[in-house]
Ligand binder design. Structure first.
Ligand SMILES: [Zn+2]
Length: 341
């Protein structure tokens, strides 16, 4: 009879330091797992299982929404829908990449870093996706055709390079200077978030009167901002596991809550953007410049390529750095002992 042996799991001091997570004591997978073990481990309760599924299932939800919307929106011919098309690609990409990163991050210490380089790249591109839709559908009336509107998407594309660079670089400081690493990584994502949301902040909190596009989308944006703030708080605070180390190893730790809040926030954002897209179509079609191939897909392609190049540079640096290799590849003999069992 065919039997499948599930991978063994370990406690914190049995895995190299680079794999340690604040407040997580048990449920670690072997730091040199095979690809098959990584896939099998997603069906076994360990401290990454919920992380994997909280982004894998939403990937299918967003793909399903994408498919349904492709029946009502003419993505081929209607240039008005192109920024939304770019956004849909990117909100499917980021949870998928994250799910893969959490699945395969225990193949080796290097694989862990490369997985998260890719995860950060996909998140940076998601920020660009937000800028595509906010620039096309969410600008307050009084800012349409203004300087911010003209340069909004190109600046967001540039921000994606800054975000990927900072967040990938922060991994090199993880062991030597954890506080600085955490500050850099948080700043890398807070900065493009603030930039992308300038039109929304203005529309929701500072704009009063007829030129503010106050419509049904506002409630959705408000919920999106609430969940985005919660996401940031969970990412930075490592609560609740910091207060009770070991209590939330398998279910309820901050990274799982972070994933869930990010996805719920993206869901509200998607609904709000759709609302603006439909409600403001007539007004935007006559007052705003039409979306062009260059302004949408050429910028998206450049950002995609640029981010991949940055990730390749960080990967080569990682593989070539003898210092990093020595530090990161130190594996306690205990782990080897367990592997031999
Ligand atoms: Zn994650």
């Amino acid at each position: 009879m065919l039997t499948i042996k599930l991978p063994q799991i370990f406690r914190i001091h049995q895995v190299p330091r680079i794999f340690w997570e604040d407040g997580i004591i048990s449920g670690y997978r072997h730091p040199k797992s095979s690809a098959l073990d990584c896939i099998l481990s997603s069906f076994q309760m360990n401290n990454e299982t919920v992380n994997i599924w909280t982004h894998f299932l939403p990937t299918w939800y967003f793909l399903w929404r994408f498919l349904m919307l492709s029946y009502s929106l003419d993505f081929w011919h209607d240039t008005y829908s192109w920024p939304f098309l770019a956004y849909m690609w990117l909100i499917c990409l980021y949870p998928f990449t994250s799910s893969c990163a959490h699945t395969f991050s225990t193949m080796s210490t290097h694989a862990r870093h490369i997985c998260y380089f890719l995860d950060y790249g996909a998140l940076s591109l998601y920020s660009l996706g937000c800028a595509f839709t906010y620039g096309a559908y969410s600008m307050p009336d009084c800012w349409v055709n203004g300087p911010l509107h003209h340069y909004f998407v190109p600046v967001a594309a540039f921000n994606s390079f800054v975000c990927t660079s900072l967040s990938c670089y922060s991994r090199f400081l993880e062991l030597e200077c954890p506080p600085l690493s955490r500050i850099l990584r948080t700043a890398a994502f807070v900065y493009p978030f603030i930039f992308d949301n300038i039109p929304l902040f203005y529309r929701i909190f500072f704009c009063f009167g007829e030129d503010c596009a106050w419509n049904d989308a506002i409630a959705g944006y408000f919920y999106h901002l609430f969940f985005a703030l919660l996401t940031g708080f969970l990412f930075a605070s490592h609560l609740p596991e910091r207060l009770a180390p070991g209590r939330f190893d398998f279910i309820g730790h901050s990274h799982q809550l972070f994933h869930i809040c990010a996805v719920v926030g993206t869901h509200f954002q998607l609904e709000a953007v759709l609302c603006d897209l439909h409600l403001r179509q007539e007004w935007l079609s006559t007052h705003a410049p039409a979306s062009t191939f260059t302004h949408t897909f050429a910028i998206l392609g450049t950002a995609l390529l640029g981010n991949l190049v940055l990730i390749a540079v960080f990967t080569i640096t990682l593989l070539r750095s003898s210092v990093t290799t020595t530090i990161l590849q130190s594996t306690p003999s205990e782990v080897e002992r367990h592997k031999d069992k």
